[in-house]
Write a protein that binds this ligand. Sequence first.
Ligand SMILES: Cc1cc2nc3c(=O)[nH]c(=O)nc-3n(C[C@H](O)[C@H](O)[C@H](O)COP(=O)(O)OP(=O)(O)OC[C@H]3O[C@@H](n4cnc5c(N)ncnc54)[C@H](O)[C@@H]3O)c2cc1C
Ligand code: SF4
Length: 338
Amino acid sequence: MNNFDYARATDITEAVKLKAATPEAKFIAGGTNLIDLMKYHVEQPRRLIDISRLPLNAVEETGTGGVRIGALVPNSTLAYHPVIERRYPLLASAILAGASAQLRNMASTGGNLLQRTRCAYFYDVSTPCNKRRPGDGCSAIEGLNRNHAILGSSASCIATHPSDMCVALAALEATVHVTGGQGERSIAFADFHRLPGDRPDLDNTLRADEIITAIELPAQGFAANYSYLKIRDRLSYAFALVSVAAALELENGRIREARLALGGVAHKPWRSEAAEAALRGQTPERASLERAADILLHDARPHRHNAFKLPLARRAIVRTLTQAADGTPQIQSIKSIR
Ligand SMILES: Cc1cc2nc3c(=O)[nH]c(=O)nc-3n(C[C@H](O)[C@H](O)[C@H](O)COP(=O)(O)OP(=O)(O)OC[C@H]3O[C@@H](n4cnc5c(N)ncnc54)[C@H](O)[C@@H]3O)c2cc1C
Ligand code: SF4
């Protein structure tokens, strides 16, 4: 690990000022991703700004019927928070599908959004990687790309975003609240993470001096009809090959509102307006669910080792939507898929 300075911010204003003064500095929250990246020399910040003691650890219901989650709320606290369990079980379920209990105790809500890809070449500094150093080339395109993207990739990068929690936040249409030198702003979740394009080094639209302060959930939590299904090589402690967050609102046996987001397939949680529109007004029978899956996957472009993700994703979408419609969500402590 390289030498670095350490500073602890006492409030948000100080955190933003410290970051603006040293743009190559990094905030550190739980440290579960950043410290690994530093050990591998992927990240070499000159300074760490410890934000872990900032007062951003509340989960509060808002005046508009939603919930505001502080950026430092640990993943485990959030998953077991009574309001989240009762009103947003999709989010609780997705969090519990990720990492391990110990990691979830350390990992923060804001840090989860900003965790970096698990592309093995990204972590191996002896190989070219455009995300680490733009212009160097992408080792995965002609290399081992079993875990990589099938949607939204570019000639520069085919990495996926590894978060489970973010797939649920995408389906729930959360908002990310941030503060920076130019003040506060809110970013729709769909606009927070980026596709790689020709700047795969940029994972998201956060500015250099901005800190995430909170994530806000809208009032609709889809607590009756939801499911999060994660397919991985091992049944625990592994990142998703494909994951699906499904949330439905049913009325008289028909789908009134549908949300469908995929993880493990793109540089960001993947949603398709057309697929969700195709579900609205339908009964949740297999043919309608398969049609939505086909629409969502229409533009998928697999690489040499990951063509299996296409049929896997199609089946996972149909299964997850069926679980949601039946009110029998995947239970994360039971590893068999129903
Ligand atoms: C072995 C292992 C297995 C894992 N498995 C899974 C899994 O299956 N599913 C899954 O979803 N995740 C998994 N994770 C990832 C884990 O969820 C993330 O590492 C964690 O959420 C990151 O949060 P953190 O607070 O530790 O972030 P840190 O490591 O502290 O920070 C990560 C990044 O976010 C920035 N940052 C942190 N907070 C803020 C903020 N408030 N504002 C601005 N920038 C900020 C930091 O500067 C850094 O760049 C796994 C991790 C490990 C090590
Ligand atoms: S897929 Fe992206 S992260 Fe992986 S080697 Fe290529 S450029 Fe780097």
